[in-house]
Design a binder for this molecule. Sequence first.
Ligand SMILES: C[S@@+](CC[C@H](N)C(=O)[O-])C[C@H]1O[C@@H](n2cnc3c(N)ncnc32)[C@H](O)[C@@H]1O
Length: 258
Amino acid sequence: MRLKEHQIANRAAWQKFAARYVEPAEEGWTSGHPHWGIWRIPESEIGLLPDSLAEQRCIEIGCGAGYVSSWMARRDAKSVVGIDPTPNQLATARRLEAQHQLGINFVEGFGETLPFADGCFDFAISEYGASLWADPYQWVPEAARVLRPGGNLVFMTNHAFAICCLPDEEDENAPISQQLQRPYLGLYQNEWEFSSNEVEFHLPHGEWIALLRANHFTVERLLELGSPTAVSGSSYGWADASWAAQWPTEEVWCARRL
Ligand SMILES: C[S@@+](CC[C@H](N)C(=O)[O-])C[C@H]1O[C@@H](n2cnc3c(N)ncnc32)[C@H](O)[C@@H]1O
């Protein structure tokens, strides 16, 4: 199948970014205490994963180096598949799987075209994977297709407030502004000045709801996450903890396939 321009650009970008993600992935694979996103919010506070995934066939869409997949496997999932288009990310994931022997199957592919049968998963998750780098109008229908009715979809990405307030300058670490920098209405594909030519995808909340509903999901929770009070910074230069004490930097959608 012919790849879209954004798929080629994003895979090429992630081939380069992958080296930066090796160390956090190694830490994630060994951590018995999952934590999420920019502020490393503990799983015990936001509960994105069921305590037990026994009998659940799980998929991580845009798994990168696979630490979220490892957390699912350690929660007794019946099976875990991680899919990602970027060979260098998968190389780390497969090396860590060989080291930890959790039985996770890592597959090369894009969130927009999942090479799996209809209804073959019970639980799907994406932490800044397809949720940020794949076209939502293609990956959400695919997630709906591969989930059985009653299956759950959880995805985390940047909050729309943060995207609207990020300055678009050459310096990737320019601090986030308290003034809006771009329109909220029409938010969809975004290419930053500081990036090469990779493409991110963001939607206004009403659009996410419409898209999820059109694909037979019901929204069960929307978490809007800022910085926890104890945190003073993050490894992302733009993410200012005092800004994020007032506005959300991240959002997590929890939906169930009807
Ligand atoms: C930030 S990583 C997410 C993995 C992990 N949760 C993490 O934070 O390291 C983003 C991943 O999205 C993947 N990605 C890029 N385009 C994608 C697409 N169209 N479908 C699925 N994943 C994609 C990249 O290859 C990369 O490994």
